[in-house]
Design a protein around this ligand. Sequence first.
Ligand code: DTR
Length: 350
Amino acid sequence: MKKKTALLSIIIMGFLVAGSIWMPATASAGSIKLSYANFPPAPTFPCVQMERWKTEVEKRTAGKVAIDTYPGGTLLGAMDMMDGVIAGTADIGNLCMAYQPGRFVTTNATSLPLGLPDAKTGSLVLWDLYQKYLPTSFAKVHVLTMFTTAPANIMSKVPVRNLDDIKGLDLRASGGAAQILKAWGANQVGMPMSATPEALQKGVVQGLFTSTEVMKDFKFAEICKYVTQTDTVIYPFAVVMNIEKWNALPADVKAVMEDLRVEQALWTGTYMDNHVKDANAWSEKNQGVEFIRLSPDEKANWDAKLTFMTENWITSATGKGYPGEAIVNDIRAFTKKHSAIKSPGNLTVQ
Ligand code: DTR
């Protein structure tokens, strides 16, 4: 009898606990549905951060918001992300600003060779820059977060050990990196990341220039057996939301998303830095990739070829009415500030 009563009370307790966990979530679950478009395939870092943001928003709004994610350009492609979000094709979209250098002048200045050391610092610097200047290029959307890649390196089918080796080499790169590769003597071939696997496979290019997590995420390590570590520039990304959709959100949901803006930038930067380390180790150990580290003298030669870029950018941005010099000085100052700050211990990145 005693046993039966105990069993019954356990069952009742079980129902009560399950009810208290599920009831509030299911009662309002998915009352706000949002679509989130992304251009590269699901395993890449822009999509990993998208899934993390989705999970956090759904959790923190207790299921009030449900987000449908669209990786791999299934809703919007790399080049029509911003206009697609403005038009409402997707409610939210992730874009690589470096693909449109003339459109995002202020924020793309973070892609100048100014020595941003890693993605964590890059992401926080980019966010500070955005907050300070609130560029008009984002006037028609609401910005949910921003982040950057880790510094770019050369991944190639042939070894590049010095400036002679890179002469005339066909390398894929995006945006402002065209100037960098040209200055080093390579032949830059422009295309978004999504088109690169085929170009490498078909031999249209001999390698690429970007952050090296792609060695693992796109399996480029199977083709590119050399990485030359130039650690040159980072690439800025933005996550934007359709302005009418944003305005229509209830205040408590807005508050959840606002709380996530810097947190998501830091999370993504930290994830990126850790993932680059992991991808490099995997490429070296599992794929036999050689990592070529330039000697300090050789590195100085490579860097010296790029000093003209920042001066040219200031002149051209100033000519277009932007405070070019102030933007560059701010990037330098924010870099100093954030390089000194360590990630908070409670921010676990999986
Ligand atoms: N550097 C830019 C952006 C970039 C770096 N890693 C990825 C992965 C997936 C999409 C874009 C990017 C580029 O080279 O395209």
